[in-house]
Design a protein around this ligand. Sequence first.
Ligand SMILES: [Zn+2]
Ligand SMILES: [Zn+2]
Length: 403
Amino acid sequence: MPESSLDLFKQKTCEVIDRRKDELIELSTQIHNHPELAFQEFKAVEWMTEFLKKERLSVEKGIGNLPTAYRADHKGSTDSPKIALLAEYDALPGIGHGCGHNIMAVISPAAAIALKEAVPDHPGQISVFGTPAEENGGGKALLCKRGALIGYDAALLVHPAVCYEVDYKSIGCQTFRVEFFGKAAHASAAPEKGINALDAMIHSFNMINALRQHVKPDVRIHGIITNGGKASNIVPDYTSGEFTVRSTDDDYMDEILDKVLKIFRASADAVGCTVKFDFNEARYATMQTNQVLAKAFAENMKSLGLPVQDRDPNRGMGSSDIGNVSHEMPAVEGWFKIADEDVQAHSPEFAAAAISPAGHKALLDAAKTIAMTTLDLIYRPDFLKAIKEEFDQNVSPIRYKLG
Ligand SMILES: [Zn+2]
Ligand SMILES: [Zn+2]
């Protein structure tokens, strides 16, 4: 199709978003005022799916066997390509929407309804995926693992931030719990009859500290003791802890995870305990930003006058389940500024920014960018081909290996 027609479609889609801005902001504010934790986001899902149903998208709730996940489809004039527009809506304990997911809840639905209204006969299929529990539980990782995202050609997501960026990076991570089982005894009268489960835990921490000296610098291993015994005069017969292993290399993380598990087993052996592991089902993979897709995403942001900057290579990394999606299909997560650099994510100040005028502006700008990039994907076959080529060359499927 000629460039001018594509530009016209982009313009019409953005106009719909501007025209409907009041109700979009109202939805974001409503979700902000009713924060819901991981896998409990029933109100947010109800409000967003009702909104999408009213616009005649076909909605399926509970996809991937997750009650607070949903998919809303608009089928165009052809079966392909299929574009996944992702949404998040979980809040944080204590500080509510301190990660601004109330904005993310509305962005992709807003883009989808605008595309449907402005270009109803578009080729392909647009699906909004409501993905729960990003902060704690990895809804996207579970949806990927359970096959809910199979058959899609690209995925788009946006996150509120303190700058405008497109080359999002995240570190892979696996969280698990460890339990040691020993034998209780009087710590003074008969210590020789006891098997000290706390010793096994302390040995594990010490050996993990020794291991840290011999791993690549990007590795993170951190843990806490959740049960360290009952009283100082009882040999602890039970201890438990929670640990997370992270790396920016998914294969290397497997190696480190093996070493860490060996440490727990060896500690149990040394003390005479037994050990049990319980792994989070959702392992977060590293983010593989598709650079061709990210470049087009950035161009659309710039067309709105947004100052997109290169990623600061010195910035620390957290983990996000968008990483898993990026191993399934070409994916991008764009960052939209809602607060100044000195405001930290996961803080009350960031939560306040998520319903500030800057937060509302980010919602509208992001919805427009998602909509315009979707138009690029469905109307420019060469572009879609190029992002797929990059994906095929650079990204390997994720394995959900658990120790
Ligand atoms: Zn967060
Ligand atoms: Zn977040």
